[in-house]
Design a protein around this ligand. Structure first.
Ligand code: B12
Ligand code: SF4
Ligand code: SF4
Length: 441
């Protein structure tokens, strides 16, 4: 029998198809304490689910103690979704090159807000004939929605973990289940990136993404909350926001090794078990600020701090209704999500290609034609995006985004299509199309 149960659990996750797995203790980590202010400042915009509260009016996502008081540890799993296709900022990406000319990117890296407004007006007199394609974030190209991909693997990991408990004598067959497990992808009442940090998956970078030193940041996260105790850890250095050396942890009195009692569990005397938490990954952003400079809307307001209301990912996916006029021209050709702050990150230069075949892009989603999306009808939307995260934007939102991208293309070729769309029965489309025509005039 192996005593190192934590390693074996992580191996179960790898066997289930994950690329990384680590274990974090449940704790009120200092990063969680910025969350109430983030909500109070309204930086979550219209994402009402972020403000979910308990009956006592406390924010659920602030601490696991409020929603899963039984949870003692979090198994964090990560799945690489990178495929062998260009980055949105890649200067060799022909259609991106049109936007380089239109002032949205330069030297392979997008300009910041200030530089961009300086070149954006110039772009209209400098119209490029072939800026015809939009950008869908690479996370949404695949054949399966990542929620399903990740959840399937989490369930397999849960099952393997239970089998392991039986094998190690912690759980006697026929007795009550001695542990509680609950898996989440996105929708759980916790901030997954904070737990990913403390499970050693990667550091919370200046662009707020989790970056792993070997794999980069093209990672989906999934978590399994467990009632299994972990070795008690003490943070000896508290401020992780200053890009200082990694926090140091001291193993508590339980020691650093897993402990699996040699005795068999019985109904009244379950064997005692303790997992070992991982150390958080050191922050390796260093003095780099590429993502902050590259963000077209200046949504990264400070290292690690995002105003979601400005983020193109929020605007194109989560924001319903009208896009504020001042932000439209900064959205470039993005029609669903945004990859810029990850595309420019040096840690993604050599990101490996995923072994998960379902993330290979669906046809026509890498550099999709803008007129195809802007004129898409409900039946085609259902067919093309069945089981795709793109459905979250809804057809109306996707078409709205494509219309904005047409305006930003500085390509007069779109004028006839936009004229037609300015009479669309959906007022969201007709209003944005009318605005787009003023931009191309
Ligand atoms: C809401 C949400 C969004 C929102 C808001 C993003 C955000 N940064 O919060 C929007 C729609 C904009 C978004 C965009 C994206 N998302 Co998203 N999103 C989420 C979701 C559901 C919740 C995130 C959350 O709780 N935010 C709350 C805020 C406060 O957290 P935060 O900005 O990350 O800030 C934390 C730290 O940076 C730090 N911090 C921030 N400021 C400060 C200041 C100080 C002083 C200190 C000490 C600490 C600190 O503490 C904060 C936590 O409290 C998670 C899933 C989940 N349940 O966790 C996925 C998740 C974070 N998203 C994910 C992805 C893939 C994306 C996109 C890449 C998709 C895309 N290509 O368009 C972009 C990335 C944009 C970006 N730069 O973050 C992945 C991230 C994977 C990774 N490698 O990190 C997740 C984990 C989903 C998943 N299950 O895989 N997302
Ligand atoms: S996803 Fe795009 S808009 Fe959002 S912070 Fe990153 S670069 Fe800025
Ligand atoms: S671009 Fe630089 S600062 Fe931004 S996340 Fe990557 S390493 Fe960190």
């Amino acid at each position: 029998m192996h005593s190192d149960l934590s390693s074996r659990i992580k191996q179960c996750a790898i066997d289930a198809g994950f690329h990384l797995c680590g274990i974090a203790p449940v704790s009120n980590f200092h990063e969680l304490q910025v969350f109430p202010n983030w909500i109070a400042d309204g930086k979550h915009g219209e994402m009402k689910y972020m403000e979910a509260r308990t009956d006592a009016g406390e924010l659920k996502r602030e601490t696991l103690a409020r929603v899963a008081p039984w949870a003692r540890s979090v198994i964090v799993c990560a799945l690489n979704y990178n495929t062998a296709h260009p980055y949105s900022t890649d200067p060799t990406n022909v259609e991106t090159d049109a936007f380089v000319r239109a002032g949205f990117v330069a030297d392979g890296f997008p300009r910041n807000n200030k530089d961009q407004s300086a070149t954006a007006s110039k772009s209209h007199s400098d119209a490029t004939p072939y800026a015809t394609q939009g950008w869908i974030s690479r996370y949404a190209w695949g054949h399966e929605d990542y929620h399903n991909s990740v959840l399937r693997r989490l369930r397999d990991t849960e099952n393997a973990l239970r089998a392991l408990l039986v094998e190690t004598g912690y759980w006697a067959p026929g007795t009550d289940d001695p542990i509680q497990l609950r898996s989440y992808v996105d929708t759980g009442p916790l901030i997954e990136r904070v737990y990913a940090k403390y499970a050693g998956i990667g550091w919370i970078a200046k662009n707020t993404c989790i970056i792993n030193q070997q794999l980069g940041s093209w990672l989906f996260l999934g978590v399994i909350l467990t009632s299994l105790e972990v070795t008690k850890l003490e943070v000896t250095k508290k401020d992780a926001t200053k890009n200082e050396a990694p926090e140091k942890y001291v193993a508590g009195k339980d020691g650093a090794k897993d402990h699996v009692a040699q005795s068999r569990a019985t109904k009244n005397h379950p064997a005692k078990i303790t997992l070992t938490a991982d150390l958080p990954a050191p922050d390796r952003c260093g003095t780099c600020t590429r993502c902050i400079a590259a963000c077209p809307t200046q949504a990264i307001i400070a290292p690690g701090e995002l105003d979601a209301r400005l983020c193109i990912s929020y605007l194109t996916i989560e924001k319903r209704g009208e896009i504020p006029a001042a932000l439209r021209s900064l959205m470039g050709r993005h029609v669903f999500g945004c990859d810029i702050c990850q595309d420019v990150c040096p840690w993604n230069r050599k990101s490996p290609i995923t072994s998960a075949a379902e993330f290979e892009p669906r046809e026509k989603l890498v550099n999709p034609d803008l007129d195809w999306l802007a004129e898409m009808q409900p039946e085609e939307f259902q067919t093309v995006f069945r089981g795709s995260p793109v459905r979250r934007a809804k057809l109306s939102g996707l078409r709205r985004n494509a219309v904005i991208a047409m305006a930003n293309s500085a390509n007069k070729k779109f004028i006839p299509t936009l004229k037609k769309l300015s009479e669309d029965p959906d007022p969201l489309i007709s209003d944005h199309a009318k605005w787009a025509l003023t931009q191309l005039a």
